[in-house]
Design a protein around this ligand. Structure first.
Ligand SMILES: [Zn+2]
Ligand SMILES: [Zn+2]
Length: 155
């Protein structure tokens, strides 16, 4: 008489050769895309243009969880509204603590508040996720997650 298996576990099937390799997906720590689809490290990419402009190299924004994908539009607009409400206040605080200049290239004109971790990737409108960038650096950075603040502000 065949005894019933105790916990109903079925024997695991042998893995398909090579499957464990293809399942391991790595994501770019700057743009959050699949590494195979990301151009960050290619010459002329947004990341390279940003680094050239600042003449520095940065570690990507540190975070515990991977980038959020598909942040709902209502969450994004709520975060944008929250930023607008606090904009002047936070702009003043950052200017006073880090100087009135772009955290990447040092430009003093056309400064804007930039989300270190973009809203589209799950970033929040909070003072600890904001930095001052000039409009050019802000445009190049786009949805990349790059922390340009002085080390004391990083987590
Ligand atoms: Zn990338
Ligand atoms: Zn700049």
């Amino acid at each position: 008489m065949a005894r019933q298996a105790k916990c109903g576990k079925r024997p695991r099937e042998d893995p398909v050769p090579g499957a464990s390799v293809s399942l391991e997906m790595t994501y770019c720590s700057f743009c959050g895309r699949l590494s195979q689809r990301c151009a960050c490290h290619e010459a002329g990419s947004d990341l390279q243009r940003f680094l050239e402009r600042g003449g520095k190299s940065y570690a990507p924004y540190k975070r515990d969880a991977p980038y959020k994908r598909g942040v709902p539009p209502q969450v994004k607009s709520a975060e944008r509204r929250h930023l607008q409400k606090q904009y002047k206040n936070w702009h003043t605080i950052l200017t006073e603590s880090n100087g009135e200049c772009c955290a990447n290239c040092g430009e003093r004109k056309d400064l804007v508040l930039d989300h270190v971790l973009p809203i589209a990737k799950g970033g929040l409108s909070r003072l600890d996720n904001l930095q001052l960038l000039c409009s050019t650096c802000n445009r190049i950075k786009g949805k990349l997650a790059i922390d340009c603040r002085p080390a004391k502000h990083r987590e």
